[in-house]
Design a protein around this ligand. Structure first.
Ligand SMILES: [Zn+2]
Length: 96
């Protein structure tokens, strides 16, 4: 089933109450498209990297709590370098 058909089905289910406009449907489609194609951007990773590293340093399962971020780190060497640098800084500061 294509994403478009999926949305159309959702829209049909809502028809008895209040029909969704094409704009709303297209908005859903854009969200689905974003999830499927982009995953997480480097900007989003940079914004959340400190949270991720803090969880990891706390001994919590950061990879399970933030799986998309973990996945991005595995694929993106830029973000991975940043992650390792940050991890080193935080580990050193907690050792004191
Ligand atoms: Zn990246």
């Amino acid at each position: 089933m294509s994403a478009w058909n999926f949305i159309q089905n959702i829209r049909d289910n809502f028809k008895r109450k209040e029909p969704l406009s094409d704009e709303v449907v297209e908005g859903f489609l854009r969200v689905l498209e974003k999830i499927r194609t982009e995953d997480v951007t480097c900007k989003e990773v940079f914004e959340q990297l400190d949270q991720y590293v803090e969880k990891e340093v706390d001994g919590r399962d950061a990879a399970r709590l933030m799986p998309l971020l973990r996945e991005h780190l595995d694929m993106c060497s830029d973000c991975c370098d940043e992650y390792e640098a940050l991890l080193e800084v935080i580990e050193k500061s907690t050792d004191i």
